[in-house]
Design a protein around this ligand. Structure first.
Ligand SMILES: *[C@@H]1O[C@H](CO)[C@@H](O)[C@H](O)[C@H]1NC(C)=O
Ligand SMILES: *[C@@H]1O[C@H](CO)[C@@H](O)[C@H](O)[C@H]1NC(C)=O
Ligand SMILES: *[C@@H]1O[C@H](CO)[C@@H](O)[C@H](O)[C@H]1NC(C)=O
Ligand SMILES: *[C@@H]1O[C@H](CO)[C@@H](O)[C@H](O)[C@H]1NC(C)=O
Ligand SMILES: *[C@@H]1O[C@H](CO)[C@@H](O)[C@H](O)[C@H]1NC(C)=O
Ligand SMILES: *[C@@H]1O[C@H](CO)[C@@H](O)[C@H](O)[C@H]1NC(C)=O
Ligand SMILES: *[C@@H]1O[C@H](CO)[C@@H](O)[C@H](O)[C@H]1NC(C)=O
Ligand SMILES: *[C@@H]1O[C@H](CO)[C@@H](O)[C@H](O)[C@H]1NC(C)=O
Ligand SMILES: *[C@@H]1O[C@H](CO)[C@@H](O)[C@H](O)[C@H]1NC(C)=O
Ligand SMILES: *[C@@H]1O[C@H](CO)[C@@H](O)[C@H](O)[C@H]1NC(C)=O
Ligand SMILES: *[C@@H]1O[C@H](CO)[C@@H](O)[C@H](O)[C@H]1NC(C)=O
Length: 414
């Protein structure tokens, strides 16, 4: 009796969702009788490709005919669980999961598209399959809960060429039962949407927990052949806006990264390098991109995930269209002043006494530094003040000399 009732209410709930969510497609990965992944999602693709006339953009939605493809697996013995969705003429969207004992997340998101499909990519100069992938697209949830993100969230893959915008997402991996868990881990974008709307009374912002300036740490990435390929020295403070468990409202919480507790990983490519810092339940990743034409680099993407004690749900967010820390290849970038990097509306990073070099590091040390604008302006202030003082002294001196000459002239007439 109880079982029938609960499955009935789940059915109503499910059809309600289906009513609200017109396009979301449902996928299920099973092994034998065991369901390990269920994903209900809507995805919009924007893919840049070359035509004889220049670059074109293909924009399309995940069709309702999309189906669970052959790459899908429940994982085990070193193989991560994966949902591979096949659609159209050989296109694939894959989500590879990973977990620790509290949280699971999408570790790799990849898209494989078929440029030979001329209805999707008309007049493409290239043909064949192209694969792009990104690490940590910023989707994570507590184990035994459903990841829910109804808000649209864009993920960039392979530089800026491919963007997948997810919406109406409900999914779960490492499942215990055959249905999505009722307990939900709500993404931060949804929390903002639901917590901000009903509160009419002005909220008093809590006094921020006093946090001093962060300690400065050295975070270096080493190549497979043992040479240092990325150098970074800086103090880092994370500022996450989340729904507080203790206060039941949205708060901005600060966390200083502690150099001796953070583990550093990363990778160095020819035009893309990454630096990932992990401290307990906090994972912060920087992607630097080099433009080989202009020989300039910049911080192009930041991914963060965190599960702090006062958070109602694990937090994760990312932005892959950043333009911070612009410098020249072969030089280092320096900013001694505090800088605030806005990543998304719910996440920012404060950097202190920063110097970094993501490309062409030679001999384990920084090359000549290019200073950030704030530093240059800060150096300008003493110069301007000095110049103003010198000017003042000069004026006083001239006034004095003129005054003296006048008095002298006065004596002569008498
Ligand atoms: C799947 O379920 C059926 C019916 O409940 C059962 O007979 C079968 O042994 C199960 N298979 C596995 C691999 O568990
Ligand atoms: C278009 O062609 C240029 C030059 O061959 C290449 O650098 C670029 O990556 C191509 N863009 C795409 C989206 O394939
Ligand atoms: C390319 O240019 C030709 C001639 O200007 C035009 O007919 C064609 O539609 C263009 N194709 C695209 C994809 O813009
Ligand atoms: C790619 O598209 C072409 C043309 O539609 C098709 O013949 C080919 O089989 C597709 N490739 C794959 C791997 O599906
Ligand atoms: C998930 O559920 C399983 C089985 O009930 C339990 O062993 C495990 O500790 C749970 N994990 C979390 C993070 O709640
Ligand atoms: C993600 O993909 C990269 C490269 O494609 C691979 O080296 C890595 O093992 C993958 N990560 C996981 C968790 O599967
Ligand atoms: C290490 O590898 C990088 C590229 O992977 C290369 O540029 C560098 O010269 C190598 N260094 C040594 C000492 O082999
Ligand atoms: C943290 O972020 C919030 C929201 O963006 C902002 O109001 C606050 O000033 C930030 N605090 C610090 C110390 O950067
Ligand atoms: C949190 O606040 C909302 C509205 O302010 C309220 O509806 C809800 O019951 C509160 N939750 C808890 C656990 O106090
Ligand atoms: C490199 O910079 C040039 C000039 O700003 C720009 O036109 C080009 O698109 C950039 N290339 C890449 C790969 O971003
Ligand atoms: C990503 O950063 C860019 C540049 O700062 C900003 O315009 C954009 O709104 C950010 N995207 C998100 C999702 O916050």
């Amino acid at each position: 009796m109880f079982v029938t009732q609960s499955s009935f209410s789940a059915g109503v709930c499910f059809s309600l969702v289906c009513l609200v969510v017109a396009h979301a497609v449902t996928f299920e990965v099973k092994e034998g009788n065991t369901t390990c992944i269920i994903a209900e999602l809507d995805a919009n693709f924007t893919i840049a490709y070359n035509t004889t006339n220049g670059t074109n953009s293909a924009v399309f939605m995940l069709p309702a005919s999309a189906a669970v493809g052959t790459g899908s697996t429940c994982g085990g013995s070193g193989v991560p669980p994966e949902l591979a969705v096949s659609f159209g003429d050989g296109h694939t969207l894959s989500l590879e999961f990973s977990s620790d004992n509290r949280v699971y997340s999408v570790a790799n998101l990849s898209v494989q598209y078929n440029l030979s499909d001329s209805s999707t990519f008309p007049q493409s100069t290239s043909t064949g399959l192209v694969s792009v992938t990104t690490n940590a697209p910023g989707m994570s949830a507590r184990l035994n809960s459903t990841y829910r993100c109804l808000s649209a969230a864009a993920v960039s893959l392979g530089g800026a060429g491919v963007t997948v915008t997810f919406s109406d997402v409900r999914m779960e991996a490492y499942m215990l039962g055959a249905n999505l868990s009722i307990d939900e881990s709500v993404c931060s974008a949804d929390q903002k949407a639901t917590t901000v709307a009903p509160t009419q009374t002005p909220r008093t912002t809590p006094a921020p927990v006093p946090t001093g300036d962060p300690e400065r740490g050295s975070y270096n990435v080493t190549n497979s052949n043992g040479t240092v390929c990325l150098l970074a020295t800086m103090g880092l403070q994370l500022n996450i806006t989340h729904l507080s468990k203790s206060q039941n409202k949205t708060v901005s919480e600060l966390m200083n990264l502690q150099p001796n507790r953070a583990t550093v990983t990363g990778s160095c490519g020819v035009t893309v390098t990454t630096l990932t810092l992990t401290e307990d339940q906090t994972n912060l990743s920087f992607t630097f991109t080099m433009n080989s034409t202009t020989q300039k680099f910049h911080l192009s993407a930041v991914n963060v995930s965190a599960d702090w004690p006062d958070m109602t749900a694990p937090f994760s967010t990312a932005n892959s269209s950043l333009e911070y820390f612009q410098g020249s290849v072969g030089r280092s970038y320096m900013c001694s002043s505090k800088q605030m990097l806005a990543v998304t509306s719910t996440f920012s990073i404060n950097t202190f006494r920063l110097q970094l070099q993501p490309f062409n590091v030679t001999g384990n040390q920084f090359a000549a530094a290019e200073e950030c604008r704030v530093d240059q302006e800060n150096m300008l202030i003493p110069i301007i003040v000095g110049a103003a003082l010198a000017g003042l002294v000069l004026i006083v001196l001239i006034a004095y000399l003129i005054g003296r000459k006048r008095t002298h002239a006065g004596y002569q007439t008498i």
